[in-house]
Design a protein around this ligand. Structure first.
Ligand code: SF4
Length: 487
């Protein structure tokens, strides 16, 4: 497909719209109106005396669709309006030619609920927001209702104390790499020798960060140890990290303490006991699918049976807040097998279940295999999970979207009442500072009264993190500067 721009250069926006209909495809771009053989969209703006006329002509497989609109030349936000109108026209042409109706319409942002929350907070009536999202962005009624339901659910959690923060501790190691993973995670087998030094530096960073938080009067509210798979570490290493956090921060007021025990092949009694005794209140054990063939296809070296055993072990040891992740659209999975995974997850009765839709990330092993997964019935899978989970008493409470997700669908977290993860809400809604430590971690500084957010990144790879630790710690000054208003 070629995108041809005349009288404008809204390449980035138009490409994002075209990708909704042609996922995984790359486009050619032209900036003059040349005759092109084959599939093409001409995106044209022509400025006349009082108005600018916007035209889109799309040709696909010998069929052609044409739409037009206009914008007053003296309109406020003239450029923005032209861009929006051209994108809408492009969307409508491609919808007609392909027969595809993206459920989230043209809404390409990753946080639709945050977008709705912001509009509600600015005093815009719900009906008006719905009308705007439906008529201007073509969001389906089903997705609108879903996003509003989540927005309502989140309301009581949207006011964390101003001086509070969440602590994120990164453990970027996994037993093996899942085919869909884009995370900078290192196989514990190949990077294992780095682990002792990594844990040592991580503990140092925890202590340094605690000093800064203390100096700034920041108080920890939630703790999240993620990765990677933190339980790839040995029990003593995990305990050491958590003990260091407890010694350096005052965790007495922490409302939620999560440790990802993501993969069943890393879960042992010793590690669960270490996690629990060091203060974790919530863990995540993620089957992704309950189908052994699918687990094999995605490179996870554990079986459904192992997952069941890990879950039972955690329950027996007294974990009373467990999350499970599932993914819709995995290679070789079918609608029936996905439904079975959802049903089995519900039967096990965890406190929360997160349903992701498969995303094809450039750096994942699966990226080149778009053909293998592109026809997976993810729309039906996601709809089924939504209904089944609601019927079982789980309520959707957070949602986010990612680029290159099959059918442009979403990831949604469901929880039983009282088990909504605060950390997940805070990170998605960007309403609380996250002080993050470890390789690949990014600190997010939030100043709600000024409405600004700043990110401070740590090195991605453990060897860089260890080798350039001192330089990294110098960056911590940015946290102090942010809160002391020096910028
Ligand atoms: S467990 Fe998670 S972080 Fe680790 S390889 Fe698999 S998807 Fe990536």
């Amino acid at each position: 497909m070629t995108l041809i721009f005349c009288g404008n250069s809204f390449k980035y926006e138009a490409e994002a719209v075209a990708k909704l209909f042609f996922p995984g495809e790359s486009f050619d771009f032209l900036y003059e109106h040349l005759l092109v053989d084959g599939d093409a969209c001409i995106i044209r703006r022509k400025k006349c005396k009082n108005y600018s006329f916007c035209f889109v002509t799309a040709s696909l497989g010998g069929k052609r669709e044409r739409r037009c609109g206009k914008v007053k030349n003296d309109a406020q936000n003239y450029e923005k309006l032209c861009e929006q109108i051209l994108c809408r026209l492009l969307f409508l042409c491609l919808k007609e030619l392909t027969g595809i109706s993206p459920p989230w319409g043209m809404l390409t942002g990753i946080r639709p609920v945050a977008f709705i929350n912001k509009l509600i907070d600015s005093g815009i009536a719900r009906d008006e927001i719905k009308k705007n999202l439906s008529e201007d962005f073509f969001v389906s009624e089903e997705k609108l209702d879903f996003a509003f339901e989540i927005s309502d659910m989140q309301r009581p959690f949207l006011n964390p104390a101003k001086n509070s923060f969440s602590l994120y501790i990164s453990v970027p190691f996994c037993p093996s790499r899942c085919s869909y993973c884009s995370f900078v995670s290192h196989s514990i087998e190949s990077a294992g020798k780095l682990v002792p030094d990594y844990v040592k530096k991580l503990c140092e960073e925890i202590a340094i960060t605690a000093e800064i938080a203390d100096k700034l009067g920041l108080v920890p509210d939630t703790v999240y140890i993620g990765g990677g798979t933190p339980t790839s570490l040995e029990a003593e290493q995990l305990f050491k990290i958590m003990e260091t956090a407890a010694k350096n921060f005052n965790l007495s007021g922490v409302r939620e303490y999560t440790v990802e025990a993501g993969r069943a092949d890393t879960v042992t009694e010793e590690k669960l006991i270490a996690i629990k005794s060091a203060g974790a209140t919530r863990i995540s054990i993620n089957p992704q699918t309950m189908n052994d063939d699918v687990l094999k296809a995605i490179g996870r070296r554990h079986t459904f049976r192992q997952f069941l055993d890990s879950y039972a072990l955690a329950r027996n040891l007294g974990f009373s807040n467990i999350n499970m992740d599932l993914i819709a659209g995995l290679p070789t999975d079918t609608l029936e097998s996905f439904k079975t995974s959802v049903d089995k997850a519900i039967e096990l009765n965890p406190e929360s279940i997160t349903v992701h839709t498969l995303t094809l990330k450039r750096s994942s092993n699966l990226f080149g295999d778009f053909e293998k997964v592109k026809d997976n019935p993810v729309g039906k899978m996601v709809s089924y999970s939504q209904k089944a989970l609601k019927n079982a008493g789980y309520r959707p409470y957070y949602l986010y979207r990612q680029k290159n997700t099959l059918d442009n669908l979403e990831n949604a977290g469901y929880a039983k009442k009282g088990y909504e993860s605060l950390y997940n809400i805070f990170i998605m809604e960007e309403i609380q500072t996250i002080l993050a430590v470890g390789a690949g971690a990014s600190t997010k500084l939030v100043n709600l009264s000024k409405g600004n957010i700043k990110r401070v990144y740590n090195y991605k790879f453990p060897y860089e993190y260890i080798g350039r630790f001192n330089m990294l710690m110098e960056r911590k000054q940015e946290i102090i500067d942010f809160f002391e208003g020096v910028d």
